[in-house]
Ligand binder design. Structure first.
Ligand SMILES: [Zn+2]
Length: 209
């Protein structure tokens, strides 16, 4: 059994399709304060299309992005930064892994993410793996670990991989705003446009525009 953290974006959808080749999968999505509703809806569609054993959506209405937290500042970090984001997300994933006796917890962090977020890199996850084994006899026995199959790839390389794997890219959602279609102006949209262009892959969402 494998637990994949699924956001509805390209990276986590690619992880889902990578792991689908040889394991039974459950997907886990977090609906935190201010997340684009369209992104959660995309996660639901992708999980269904991939035929996961279960898709669990955990609501965390008190967890906010930096830009939504009044009276605090986070110098040098983007507005989408969430304090202790991955310690929180992967703790929920670990609880789910104990319940499901999963051997792997899979996250879609790519090489570009680690430049901005200290909690998206292998250093953090190696320490977190040790914490899981120290804190859970079940996970120690199952040898549960966190896998980051895209950690050495840029976003453009992930797009290329997704295209090869047949990930339904037309169902993914990269925009930070909620709407019926992408705004093509926010950071999420601009990163998507750049990645598809660098990968030499046509974006089905841009074609449909
Ligand atoms: Zn956008």
């Amino acid at each position: 059994m494998t637990i994949v953290l699924l956001s509805g974006g390209i990276d986590s959808s690619t992880c889902l399709y990578l792991m689908r080749e040889d394991s039974l999968i459950r997907a886990l999505t977090f609906e935190y304060h201010g997340i684009a509703r369209s992104e959660v809806a995309a996660a639901r569609r992708i999980a269904k299309k991939a035929g996961v054993a279960e898709h669990r959506v955990v609501r965390l209405p008190n967890l906010k992005e930096a830009s939504d937290i009044r009276g605090a500042s986070f110098p040098g970090l983007p507005g989408t930064y969430i304090p202790m984001r991955n310690a929180i997300f992967y703790s929920f994933a670990a609880a789910y892994a104990e319940e499901a006796r999963a051997q792997s917890i899979v996250g879609g962090h790519n090489r570009d993410d680690t430049k901005t977020f200290a909690d998206a890199g292998r250093g953090f996850f190696d320490a977190f793996d040790r914490a899981l084994w120290a804190g859970s006899a079940i996970m120690r026995r199952e040898k549960t670990e966190i896998l980051l199959p895209l950690a050495n790839k840029t976003k453009a390389q992930v797009v290329r991989e997704a295209s090869k794997l047949g990930v339904p890219l037309e169902l993914t959602w990269s925009c930070h705003r909620t709407g019926r279609s992408h705004c093509w102006k926010c950071d999420g949209c601009l990163a998507r446009v750049w990645a598809f262009s660098a990968a030499g892959v046509a974006d089905p969402l841009r074609q449909a525009k």
